[in-house]
Design a binder for this molecule. Structure first.
Ligand code: FES
Length: 98
């Protein structure tokens, strides 16, 4: 099974190697997580991040429900994502917003 590097620049947290297809919310929800989660359902905006894929197109774009939430929580931030909705399908850098 392939893995992908997930970095959290500026956070002090070490990068992780996560399995292809892993749900970010399940992979980093242990104590001392570099990300915060609330509802885990794409509703509350607690997990708002900026996500840069190492390879453009390697991470699936937000679905319609996530896009609707992002228009509310981060309308001016094209890299914004809800971390609870992201699957690890490529190397990425993640920065918390807020
Ligand atoms: S944890 Fe609530 S939107 Fe992601």
């Amino acid at each position: 099974m392939s893995t992908h590097r997930v970095e959290f620049p500026g956070s002090g947290f070490a990068p992780l190697e996560l399995a292809h297809g892993a749900q970010l919310v399940l992979a980093v929800s242990a104590l001392d997580s570099p990300l915060l989660f609330g509802c885990r359902a794409g509703l509350c905006g607690t997990c708002l991040v900026e996500l840069e894929a190492e390879v453009t197109g390697s991470i699936a774009p937000p679905d319609a429900d996530e896009r609707e939430a992002l228009e509310i929580y981060a309308p001016e931030r094209p890299l914004a994502r809800l971390a609870c909705q992201v699957r690890v399908t490529g190397a990425m850098r993640i920065r918390r917003i807020g």
